[in-house]
Write a protein that binds this ligand. Structure first.
Ligand code: KIV
Length: 275
């Protein structure tokens, strides 16, 4: 696959070709996503929970994000790689946001960045500064506490209108795409119709221009909680535990390492003479 660009994503959206998007946080995961031919990778701040065991995305630092982006970039040359701006790295204003995005792009090597919420003044300055920005509205995990927790957003007409207006003002500010999380399917459709940039849904129904899921969720590698919108395409976590249990049993029973895994070449008798 040729390197996926903003232009390529817009072309796919205009042609009605759905965009596939998934998170990845390290080299090994990125290699597999590249092999699957998925068009976009988000080095998401969900790594705070899936990789680092935190309760929320909030504690993640820009240093950690840069570290993980570097690894993902090495494993996946073709997909567009989006670096997530971490909580507290852009809400002070455009200068802080540009400084943080520059770090993800210059030091990490990602192609574009994503930020949560509707901050058109910040986005506009970032875009003017040459940074590709993806918006993220609906349920925004960094500020989930203010939204009543990890809950469906835009449930009534007033709340739905607010989210549609946010999408329009982010488009106006110059985002190349918008992620919409955890809203009713018809609101996902309305947002997709309201803007011309690609809208990527996560729990936003079937009518968005593409879908994004968290790597650990879709592969069955994270079971602390599973949102309704997650489809588990595999149960890799269970397979890993079974393999580790087999390994442990064989170590205890001295079945591993067997003949095929050991090196010959010296006689035990001769070596005894050296003791
Ligand atoms: O960090 C993340 O995984 C995300 C997705 C939920 C879109 O922001």
């Amino acid at each position: 696959m040729a390197k996926v660009t903003v232009q390529k994503l817009q072309e796919m959206c205009d042609k009605g070709e759905k965009i596939s998007y998934v998170t990845a946080y390290d080299y090994g995961q990125a290699v597999l996503v590249e092999r699957a031919g998925i068009e976009m990778i988000l080095v998401g701040d969900s790594m705070s929970m899936t990789m680092l065991g935190n309760e929320s995305t909030v504690p993640l630092t820009t240093d950690a994000m840069v570290h993980h982006i570097k690894a993902v970039v090495k494993g996946a040359p073709s997909p567009m790689i989006v670096g997530d701006l971490v909580f507290g790295s852009y809400n002070e204003g455009p200068e802080q946001a540009i400084r943080s995005a520059n770090r993800l792009i210059k030091e990490g090597g990602c192609d574009t960045v994503k930020l949560e919420g509707c901050m058109p003044e910040i986005v506009e300055k970032m875009v003017k500064g040459g940074i590709g920005v993806q918006g993220h509205i609906g349920l925004t995990p960094q500020t989930a506490g203010l939204l009543g927790g990890f809950k469906l957003q835009g449930k009534n007409l007033d709340a739905a209108k607010k989210i549609i207006d946010q999408a329009k003002s982010l488009e106006q500010a110059g985002v190349f795409s918008i992620v919409v999380e955890c809203v009713p399917e018809e609101l996902g459709r309305a947002i997709t119709d309201a803007v011309s940039v690609p809208v990527i849904g996560i729990g936003a129904g079937r009518h968005c221009d593409g879908q994004v899921l968290v790597y650990h969720d879709l592969l069955g590698l994270f079971d602390r909680f599973t949102p309704k919108f997650v489809k588990k395409y595999a149960n890799i976590g269970e397979q890993i535990v079974r393999a580790l249990e087999d390994y442990k049993r064989e170590v205890k029973d001295v079945k591993f390492p067997s003949d095929e895994y050991v090196f010959g070449g010296l006689s035990g008798e001769d070596l005894k003479g050296l003791l």
